[in-house]
Design a protein around this ligand. Structure first.
Ligand SMILES: Cc1cc2nc3c(=O)[nH]c(=O)nc-3n(C[C@H](O)[C@H](O)[C@H](O)COP(=O)(O)OP(=O)(O)OC[C@H]3O[C@@H](n4cnc5c(N)ncnc54)[C@H](O)[C@@H]3O)c2cc1C
Ligand SMILES: *[C@@H]1O[C@H](CO)[C@@H](O)[C@H](O)[C@H]1NC(C)=O
Ligand SMILES: *[C@@H]1O[C@H](CO)[C@@H](O)[C@H](O)[C@H]1NC(C)=O
Ligand SMILES: *[C@@H]1O[C@H](CO)[C@@H](O)[C@H](O)[C@H]1NC(C)=O
Length: 521
């Protein structure tokens, strides 16, 4: 009843709405507090993808949208925390691919975000007894890079479909590299787990290296005290005013009803209801996999299949503040203490160009399978474990840390992990399915970007792409839709067909020829 009345109010737009008497306007407003909020587009998530999507809608004349964000801030996986006298990035930290065609680098330059070029060659490796074994590492690095040349050649053939996809581990092995010692293992870990947040044996060779190829292999580590997320603040300032009602914080979406193929209804845990002619999800693949959002009806099998095929990588950046510096001067310090790396990649944020001298902060990255135990135990237990490693490297006389920061992305129900990883045997068409809409519900976010999934570029570009897909449907009647060609359980599933529905007239023209692959909702 209330919903219906409110619907009447919102349809009285423009000139008619202006003619309404004050009394009516007030009652509409009062109703809107309790009733369904109706919009042209409802976006879930105010990370870089959701903000880029809303900005794209705005730039194309669509301002009737609302962004529902579960936390009390925008930025999502770009997040700064005060620690040890400075602000540190607990999520995204690097611009991967410092080059002018990288949209993230463009934004970083536009807003003068300060940082430091990463020098991955500036490292020291220490073994379990604290000896500097960097010389030995250099010989192994050469061997690894020979295998990597082989790997790149193979990757080129997978890219043009001459060979099927394999895992990174397989390609390295056949290229002559198999890690057998803790030293060899840490070098491999530095190049792969540290980048993809997932073990080399599950990572698709085809998906690796795209960012370095398309942009550059130079990376930039942000230290700006306004935060890396300042770029998202600035993007949002271009279309949102302070306290703009189109940004709704602390709204955790719990159900998404896409039954009717002309609208999508979202409910949040506080009982609010939002209805859009179009809906856009930008939550992580981890959130979708953990079933914290109830879809009505259930998502189709072809969509569920893709959601579960993709992986959420784990990356935990632990920060330690010390009373003084006792570690090496190089940018990176690697600990080759065990074949199964733990607390193995350290960053000296006291090195020139990072934090002011005397900040005395060390950062250690835990990755992939290492992360779960760390997130589940207390910070005190983690502190003891990292101190044991530091004592192996620098002796028992090192000082205790003044404080420790252990971010938790995996156990946070708004994220369930760090970033997506493309596993072996998943192809480009799988990406199209992951990003394809169901009814009027669209899917964006980092994981849905077929080239730069896992990176900020992926999040940002997926937001723009999905907004354009929605605009094309809304403004030109050209609406994407996906219909699986083969049903579940059919052996030897052929390549599914991605269908674009053009104006009904055009569809009708083609119906006779390819009716089997077309579907009209
Ligand atoms: C530790 C770590 C290190 C990283 N390092 C880098 C790096 O150096 N360089 C790089 O390029 N990338 C890095 N990334 C990846 C990068 O941060 C992401 O790819 C990008 O920020 C994803 O943006 P997004 O908008 O797709 O998703 P998100 O930022 O996750 O945005 C989605 C939003 O949806 C909200 N949400 C979730 N569930 C709900 C719900 N039920 N209801 C309402 N709202 C909800 C979330 O709160 C979030 O704000 C890193 C990520 C992590 C975690
Ligand atoms: C560490 O390296 C030194 C020097 O090469 C060597 O003597 C020592 O045995 C190594 N320690 C371990 C645990 O391998
Ligand atoms: C590898 O990726 C390219 C896109 O860069 C794609 O065209 C190709 O089909 C993929 N190969 C395999 C075997 O998945
Ligand atoms: C979902 O929406 C449809 C109309 O779009 C409605 O008929 C149905 O009752 C809704 N289901 C639930 C569980 O809210």
């Amino acid at each position: 009843m209330i919903t219906a009345e409110f619907k009447d109010c919102t349809t009285m737009k423009g000139a008619i709405a202006m003619m309404l008497v004050a009394m009516t306007t007030v009652s509409c407003k009062q109703l809107s507090k309790r009733a369904t909020d109706e919009r042209k587009v409802v976006i879930v998530g105010a990370g870089i993808a959701g903000i880029a999507a809303a900005k794209t809608l705005h730039e194309n004349g669509v301002d009737d949208f609302v962004i529902l964000e579960g936390s009390d801030r925008i930025g999502g996986r770009m997040k700064q925390v005060e620690f040890g006298g400075v602000k540190v990035e607990v999520g995204a930290n690097w611009v991967h691919g410092r080059s002018n065609n990288n949209p993230i680098w463009e934004l970083v330059q536009k807003y003068s975000i300060s940082g430091k070029e990463s020098n991955y060659d500036d490292f020291v490796v220490r073994n379990k007894t604290g000896n500097d074994v960097t010389d030995q590492a250099e010989a192994q690095t050469e061997r690894l890079s020979t295998a990597q040349d082989y790997l790149e050649n193979w990757r080129g053939q997978i890219r043009n479909d001459t060979l099927p996809d394999v895992s990174l581990e397989v390609a390295l092995k056949l290229g002559g590299w198999k890690a057998k010692t803790p030293l060899e293992r840490i070098l491999e870990y530095f190049d792969y787990e540290f980048e993809y947040a997932d073990p080399a044996e599950v990572t698709s060779l085809n998906n690796t290296g795209r960012v370095a190829e398309d942009f550059s292999d130079e990376d930039y580590f942000v230290t700006d005290q306004r935060g890396f997320g300042h770029i998202v603040d600035r993007l949002s300032n271009e279309f949102l005013s302070p306290n703009d009602p189109r940004l709704q914080l602390n709204k955790v979406v719990e159900t998404v009803n896409w039954t009717d193929h002309t609208e999508v209804t979202f409910t949040t845990t506080d009982g609010s209801i939002y209805r859009g002619e179009y809906g856009l999800m930008t939550v992580s693949i981890g959130v979708l996999e953990n079933e914290v959002i109830d879809f009505i009806p259930d998502l189709p099998d072809w969509k569920v299949e893709e959601i579960y095929q993709f992986r959420m990588g784990q990356h935990c950046k632990i920060f330690l503040k010390f009373p003084h510096k006792f570690w090496d001067d190089s940018e990176y310090i690697m600990y080759a203490g065990s074949f199964w790396p733990q607390y193995a990649i350290w960053q000296n944020l006291e090195a020139p160009g990072f934090f002011p001298t005397g900040t005395n902060i060390l950062m250690v990255s835990a990755l992939a399978n290492e992360v779960q135990a760390i997130e589940l135990q207390s910070d005190e237990e983690t502190k003891q474990e990292v101190m044991a490693v530091l004592k192996n490297m620098y002796g028992d006389n090192i000082p205790e840390p003044e404080s420790i920061l252990v971010p938790r992305w995996l156990t946070d129900p708004l994220f369930f992990g760090a970033y997506s990883n493309w596993p072996v045997h998943v192809n480009t068409q799988d990406f199209e399915k992951l990003a394809a809409p169901v009814g009027r519900l669209y899917f964006g976010g980092e994981a849905t970007h077929a080239k730069y999934n896992g990176y900020l570029q992926g999040g940002y570009l997926s937001g723009i792409d999905q907004a354009n897909v929605i605009l094309n449907c809304m403004q030109n009647g050209i609406c994407e839709s996906y219909k699986p060609v083969v049903s579940r359980g059919t052996p030897g599933i052929p390549a599914p067909v991605f269908v674009i529905l053009v104006l009904p007239l055009v569809v009708a023209m083609f119906l006779g020829q390819s009716a089997s692959t077309m579907m009209i909702y």
